[in-house]
Design a protein around this ligand. Sequence first.
Ligand SMILES: Cc1cc2nc3c(=O)[nH]c(=O)nc-3n(C[C@H](O)[C@H](O)[C@H](O)COP(=O)(O)O)c2cc1C
Length: 366
Amino acid sequence: MPKYGNKITMDVYGESHGECVGVVISGLPLGIKIDLDSLQAHTNRRKATNSSYSTKRIEPDKIVIKDGLSENGTVEKDKIELIVYNTAYRKNDYSNLSFTPRPSHADYPAMVKYGDKVSLSGGGKYSGRLTLPICIAGGIAEQILTQKGIFICSYLSEVAGIKGASYKDKIPTIQELSNAKANPFYFFKDNIEAVEKRFEKARLSRDSLGGIIETVIYGLPVGVGDSLFDGVESAISSAVFAIPAVKGVEFGIGFDFALLKGSTANDCYYYDNGMVKTYTNNNGGIVGGMTNGMPITLRTVVKPTPSIGIEQKTVDLRTKTNTTITINGRHDVCIAPRAAAPIESAVAFALLDIIMQEDAKGDTNE
Ligand SMILES: Cc1cc2nc3c(=O)[nH]c(=O)nc-3n(C[C@H](O)[C@H](O)[C@H](O)COP(=O)(O)O)c2cc1C
């Protein structure tokens, strides 16, 4: 089972076309109460919908308690387990893919690594469906962080080159971010028709599109994280790269730093009513792996959905010849809108894990 975390851990299991997907979470404080309705609502943000960008594989995605949680959401054991049954899979969609790997999907390395021991139906364990358990674990972590005054939101910032909002221009307020949790296209009020048209055009031409998710975190105290591998950037990016289709993460202005001089890149300090702040937030609230009290900001790029209906070049691994592939099945035209909740969840889990590790060590100045 792929596992993430130190003080708290999540073990994610299951396959897209298996009976269920699930997660075992270890190390949560005993006795805390999880709001199960809010957790379901959080997880539903990644759900397929009847929208123009989304797969037509639509299922209830109802969270079921397997172990360690009472019916009202109280954590009763060190290990808790939650699952979601898969209800709408169609293995036949994948029958022609057994020896002809889909470009850009996990098929080729997985076939070489595991041979016929691996199930790639629906993407198997490499499917975006495995982000559902990540949403469950991260949603729980986010509830605990909220009680500590920490607010996290990941939102769709750009899709297929059409820009919504970016913290690089202005960091959204908590109110705006809350609105974006309820409506994935909240920041596209002025150009929603252009977005819809682009989705529709891609869908009709059997192609797919990419996008950018931004994440903003308010409320972290100064000094969370530490040097090298203990850094907040290291922890967050390691968790975020677990989300399939994520191909890049930048903090603050990220790659734009290459264009600047130190004199314009540096975030200079000032006192604001006794609190140390920085005039700019180019470093995205993290220096030396530690939080500096400014909002944390990061951008994540989500690539276009690999499975497309256009004929593409691939190989036939049985005959060792070049061939072509045309992919059927139900696939997202654009993954990005559905990736916001999984990314937010990965970030929340990574942050809670760091905070709990540091609390356990008790080695800070506070
Ligand atoms: C929410 C979500 C939904 C996804 N849906 C699809 C899909 O419908 N079809 C597809 O080919 N890939 C889909 N993916 C992406 C693939 O799982 C991913 O590209 C593949 O495993 C290869 O991994 P990599 O892109 O991280 O290298 C989805 C990913 C996420 C996060």
